[in-house]
Design a protein around this ligand. Structure first.
Ligand code: SF4
Ligand code: SF4
Length: 277
């Protein structure tokens, strides 16, 4: 194992512990007092008790990181979306292959009807139809990719809900790609390293035969920084990131105020990424 990989593993380990002593932007590990005590307000997205006093689905517990993307703001300022994508590419050594069929995508643009396949696009407003939507890994509460992975190269951090990857464990079987209903995972069909435009030595590069995807910038969170895409849109409210279970968080304030949609909610993966359209 080379030094870069060792360093990343150390950082990945630290991200699990982040919030302890670090000036973390997001509280990553501790349960909110309300949840810890069993009193207080339930999470906004927790299901209401059903007629029998039970719950249709289990309420998520502890810190659960999520994102709200305001497509209205993205569409008003298309350069902002490009900056967010560029920031992610730069932070994570994402290769830019000239051939689109080999594309490695962590956060990407796509037409509304491709991103929100459950929603009818017929007679949709021009502002929705004519501007690209943005997609990334949903960091699902119930991620099918994790269940599909035979090596635990893909796993969910119970402490904050991030669906993470250990690139070193990936054997390239691509079961996770077949399992992800959002196309959020990419496979390196060729050595990505010659196609990294500007190398970030703080993050490992991958190799041919390895799957990769958005990691909610776990390595930046561990250092008390916001995800790169969030930082690129800073001050605009176009992307809000935080703990979905913290009733006092900015993300909860946005979710309480705005009508949001998720990608393919009927599949039951419980995405942590919400969209304002
Ligand atoms: S969006 Fe795909 S890659 Fe991300 S957690 Fe869900 S199933 Fe896994
Ligand atoms: S390709 Fe890698 S991450 Fe995906 S299921 Fe196989 S071992 Fe797991």
């Amino acid at each position: 194992m080379d030094n870069k990989r060792r360093k990343f593993l150390k950082i990945a380990g630290a991200s699990v512990l982040a919030g302890i002593g670090a000036p973390a932007v997001i509280k990553l590990t501790a349960a909110t007092p309300a949840l810890a005590s069993g009193h207080g307000e339930a999470p906004a997205h927790a299901p209401a008790p059903d007629a029998h006093g039970g719950h249709a689905e289990e309420a998520p517990q502890g810190v659960r990181l999520g994102m709200v993307i305001d497509l209205r703001k993205m569409n008003e300022n298309p350069e902002m979306l490009d900056s967010a994508i560029a920031a992610c590419i730069a932070a994570h050594n994402i290769p830019e292959f000239p051939d689109k069929k080999n594309e490695v995508k962590w956060i990407w643009k796509a037409p509304f009807e491709n991103v929100f396949t459950d929603h009818s696009a017929s007679h949709s407003a021009a502002k929705v139809k004519n501007f690209p939507s943005v997609a990334l890994c949903n960091h699902c509460d119930d991620p099918p990719c994790v269940r599909a992975c035979p090596t635990q190269a893909t796993f969910r951090l119970e402490k904050n809900g991030i669906v993470a990857m250990d690139f070193h464990r990936c054997i390239g079987c691509r079961f996770c790609m077949a399992a992800c209903p959002y196309g959020a995972r990419s496979f390196n069909w060729q050595d990505p390293r010659p196609y990294i435009k500007k190398y970030n030595k703080e993050f490992p590069s991958r190799m041919k035969g390895v799957v990769e995807k958005c990691n909610f910038c776990g390595e930046r969170l561990a250092l008390g920084q916001e995800p790169a895409c969030v930082e690129a849109c800073k001050g605009t409210g176009a992307i809000v990131f935080g703990d979905l279970n913290d009733a006092k968080s900015e993300i909860r304030a946005v979710l309480d105020k705005e009508f949001t949609i998720q990608r393919k909610p009927t599949l039951g993966t419980k995405p942590s990424v919400f969209y304002i359209v």
